[in-house]
Design a protein around this ligand. Structure first.
Ligand code: KG4
Ligand code: ZN
Length: 450
């Protein structure tokens, strides 16, 4: 027999109140006798799907990330609470070998994944049976690294009988901001790290319009190569820093005006990037300086700080100019709000304050809001993967009950690159060519010296 929904609710109402009272009494009694930690009480209440002040089914996702050189896991709930997190970074090992050696990364992931997932789950205080789903990065990334995360996750999914959510690593980077800020779609995202460099319009959880990408290497990769060529690992102040961080640190002591380097792709009427040309220019400068200073390759140049300042400045200029084009294009095409546009910047290179400042100048000049996740969420982590799982659960997108035939994909572009978009991008940017970034930046911030 069909029962009207309001009758159904009122029939159950006294029962719900009764259960609530019993749970509160149990909670209070348990506190008197055992003085349990807040986490344990929360876990106990969650097992009844009860949260202080809220009575509904709470989504909780375990996220697992192994796409590159970090083994990371986190447990996040649908309100964005990070219940538990753990990470094992391989940076120190790869710094010693002068770059990531994939079989070494794979071995380190294998040695650490079980412990890291266990640590994240333990820290969260929830039992695996309480998870709504398991989300794991399956694309893009290093094949050997992705494989470890995927096979571990599939075993866990099979054991716990939970849904599986395959995650695109770049999508996760792009959506991380929504865990901490109330950012509505659409917004513009700039992802800059050691392995990525792209500009995209985020129109929905899984709806991206790719506006530009690096035609060769990523900015972090270029900065790492320059730092290695400068032997910054031997520099007493930089020995434990990543290449990009070492360049930022040293640049503060240098004078960028000692070198005059043109930003790449000045004439290209699109939003693509390029960094390998810049790397070769810097290589030549270093060789020349080594000759002048009479030192061997592998020793630290007295002009290393000046070179660091020049490469950082040129990188910032290039990134800022391409981003400026993308903002203008989106505004002209009404793809972004005229008055309320948001630019999100993420990835390891986004933690560089000089590059952030350059982007701030661009966003101020175009009436955009610049948002950057905190550094620990800019670099690879498990939280962004778990959060992407939550976003997908809420949107009902890509949640798999059957994991048969699921594969990792080392190469996988983000979003669509529509032909109409490329054509109109070229058109729009030709019309905005007269905009002089040097002038705008110079006027607004002489300290940075654009
Ligand atoms: O996002 P991430 O942890 O890993 C991926 O590449 O996916 O980014 C690491 C990259 C490295 O290339 C590192 O040199 C660069 O980010 N990086 C920086 C800074 N901190 C890390 N680049 C410039 N300035 C920094 N402060
Ligand atoms: Zn990444």
């Amino acid at each position: 027999m069909l029962v009207p929904s309001n009758v159904c609710f009122y029939n159950y109402f006294p029962g719900i109140i009764y259960i609530l009272v019993i749970m509160l009494i149990l909670n209070k009694t348990a506190r008197v006798f055992f003085k349990p930690s807040k986490r344990k009480v929360d876990g106990f209440l969650r097992s009844f799907n009860f949260h202080p002040g809220i009575l509904f089914l709470h989504k909780i996702v375990l996220g697992i990330e192994t796409s590159c050189d970090d083994t990371a896991a986190a447990v996040v709930d649908e309100t964005g609470n990070v219940l538990g997190e753990a990470i094992h970074s391989q940076t120190e090992v790869h710094l010693k070998t002068g770059g990531i050696i994939p079989p070494v990364a794979q071995q380190l992931h294998r040695e650490n994944i079980q412990r890291i997932v266990q640590e994240a789950l333990c820290a969260s205080g929830i039992s695996p049976s309480e998870l709504s789903a398991i989300a794991t990065t399956i694309k893009p990334g290093l094949a050997l690294s992705l494989g470890v995360g995927l096979s571990f996750s599939l075993q866990l999914v099979d054991q716990l009988k939970k849904p599986f959510i395959p995650i695109h690593h770049m999508e996760a980077h792009a959506l991380t901001i929504r865990l901490i800020n109330k950012v509505e779609f659409p917004f513009l995202v700039l992802l800059i790290s050691g392995g990525h460099c792209l500009l995209a319009l985020v129109r929905g959880v899984s709806d991206f319009l790719l506006l530009g990408k690096s035609l060769d290497i990523a900015p972090g990769d270029m900065l790492d190569k320059v730092a290695r060529r400068l032997s910054l690992i031997k520099h007493p102040e930089c020995s434990t820093m990543s290449g990009g961080k070492a360049i930022e640190h040293l640049a503060k002591q240098g004078n960028r005006f000692h070198f005059d380097i043109n930003p790449p792709m000045q004439r290209a009427k699109n939003c693509d990037f390029s960094f390998s040309g810049l790397q070769h220019v810097i290589d030549k400068i270093i060789m020349q300086k080594e000759k002048e200073e009479g030192i061997e390759k592998g020793q630290i140049l007295s002009s290393a700080a000046d070179i660091a300042a020049a490469v950082q400045h040129t990188t910032a200029c290039h990134i800022a100019k391409r981003t400026h084009r993308a903002i203008l294009f989106c505004k002209q095409r009404d793809l972004l709000s005229q008055s309320n546009a948001v630019l999100v910047v993420s990835g390891g290179v986004a933690s560089n304050l000089y590059i952030r400042r350059a982007l701030e100048i661009v966003t101020n000049a175009t009436q955009c809001t610049l948002l950057c996740p905190p550094p620990r969420l800019c670099t690879d982590n498990g939280i962004m993967i778990a959060w992407n799982g939550i976003e997908r659960l809420r949107a009902g997108l890509g949640i798999l009950d059957n994991i048969e035939g699921i594969r990792y994909e080392p190469k996988c572009p983000l979003g669509s690159l529509q032909v109409f978009c490329i054509l109109s991008l070229i058109y729009t940017l030709q019309t905005t060519e007269s905009f002089n970034l040097h002038e705008v930046m110079g006027r607004r911030d002489t300290a940075i010296g654009f």
